[in-house]
Design a protein around this ligand. Structure first.
Ligand code: ADP
Length: 428
């Protein structure tokens, strides 16, 4: 573990402190290395993904002011790999002179879904119709809302949810009431909102620097399963150019209005009528931007560092017509074959897979890595998505969904079977 540098010996390179040491911090560290910067992370434990790879680790909790002070000491900027730091602690740090980016008054819109919805409405931005339930007394308002909403209901924890945890689809009004009661009993206020009729989900990812520069990546489609993102397609296929431009402008406008510094993800619903509705905001590198590590001129991790240090922002163009990102999720029963061995086999079959693993133990549904595939032709998106799914499933489960057998004679995957198979034969 490092000693926190004293303020009389400033480091030559900038130090960015990041609260949290998950995969986002780990990949931000990769970008910091290239830029000659130091990333210092606040980790709960030394085996967390970023703590494994950087020497600049402060062990402590994001809810402890002393620990936050330790990680922030002497840093040029304090930023985040998650949004769970209580606002009042961040405000104390700001009062003590810590450069917190994004600032707490911006971040709160990524922490509190009710505040976010209220602010977006005030800015005239479309959001799903909702009602807030902060105590059991408010439950009475639910019936009236259900009448107005005229749609199935979704019940959400106002704070603390992620990856679909804290989001419950209600069967009917009585179920919505029960779910809301359960949350309230745990001291969690809820939002009840209409279930939007979705064509698909999109994400508009942008970055903003304190200088006021903004940069937008191409709008992507995100594909969820059980509330967890499983694939991202960049750019979103067949998204009309003007709709994409509207989404990018909206995200840049929100970044400016909310005073965001760093990366901002605006998670959007595209309704069956083609209307864009904002679901969520995240003010940090985001899963919908993992494709940028291989598919864009500037990765979201580098851009976040540039933004929080107020450098000029990088070029956000895609370098290929299409990139597909697939998350590797822990299987219910992790396979007997080690992840490293599965990686070997994956590379033997698919030499072009761009793999990013996070050093996490495999647990059911947990994001343990992602894979990017770059495509030379937008028309190949279906094939690329199929390959990404095969690859991610293989890394998760140790099984090829198409029954491919590296040692068999059947030629299931002709275009890549020949080089891959000879690679396998060399190994065995
Ligand atoms: P989290 O904070 O856990 O990411 P989200 O609010 O993003 O929660 O919801 C997770 C997923 O649940 C969304 O990506 C979407 O698939 C679904 N969902 C959430 N809210 C709605 C809604 N109002 N209508 C339809 N689907 C929804």
């Amino acid at each position: 573990m490092m000693d926190v540098p004293s303020s009389d010996s400033p480091p030559v390179a900038p130090v960015v402190a990041m609260v949290g040491a998950g995969q986002l911090a780990r990949m931000t560290h990769q970008a910091a290395i290239a830029l000659g910067q130091n990333l210092r992370v606040l980790a709960n434990a030394s085996d967390e993904p970023a703590a494994q790879v950087t020497p600049n680790v402060v062990i402590g909790s994001h809810t402890n002011l002393e620990d936050l002070r330790r990680v922030a000491a002497g840093a040029n900027a304090l930023t985040f790999d998650h949004e769970h730091v209580p606002t009042e602690l961040l405000e104390k740090l700001v009062a003590e002179g810590v450069h917190v980016v994004p600032p707490p008054h911006a971040l709160v819109h990524a922490q509190d879904k009710l505040l976010m919805r209220q602010r977006l409405q005030a800015l005239d931005v479309a959001v799903p119709r909702y009602t807030s339930i902060e105590s059991r007394d408010d439950l009475a308002a639910l019936d009236a809302f259900a009448g107005r909403a005229d749609a199935p209901l979704v019940v959400k924890a106002v704070r603390g949810g992620y990856d679909g945890r804290g989001v419950r689809m209600a069967r009917d009004l009585a179920d919505a009431r029960d779910i809301a009661r359960d949350f309230l009993a745990d001291g969690v206020a809820v939002l009840v909102e209409e279930r939007v009729k979705l064509r698909r989900e999109l994400s508009a990812l942008v970055a903003r620097s304190p200088f006021g520069q903004g940069a937008a990546w191409p709008v992507v489609e995100t594909v969820q399963r059980d509330g967890i993102c499983v694939q991202v397609i960049a750019p979103a296929p067949a998204l009309p150019e003007d709709t994409a431009a509207v989404a990018q402008r909206l995200a840049l406008r929100l970044a400016a209005e909310l005073c965001v510094v760093g990366v901002l993800a605006v998670e959007l619903f595209e309704t069956v009528d083609g209307v864009l509705v904002v679901n969520e905001l995240a003010m940090r590198p985001h899963n919908s931007g993992h494709w940028t590590m291989d598919g864009s001129r500037t990765s979201q991790f580098e851009q976040h560092l540039r933004a929080v240090l107020d450098y000029p922002l990088g070029d956000t163009d895609a370098i290929v017509p299409v990139t597909v990102m697939a998350n590797v999720l822990g299987a219910t029963q992790p396979p007997a074959m080690t992840l490293d061995e599965r990686l070997h086999h994956l590379f033997a079959r698919m030499p072009d897979a761009r793999v990013h693993l996070y050093g996490k133990a495999e647990r059911s549904g947990r994001k343990v890595g992602h894979i990017n595939f770059l495509g030379a032709d937008l028309a190949d998106v279906t094939k690329l998505r199929g390959r990404a799914e095969l690859a991610a499933h293989w890394l998760s489960h140790g099984q090829w969904m198409d029954g491919w057998d590296p040692h068999g004679k059947a030629d299931h995957d002709a275009p890549e079977a020949s080089p891959a198979r000879s690679g396998e034969e060399r190994r065995t």
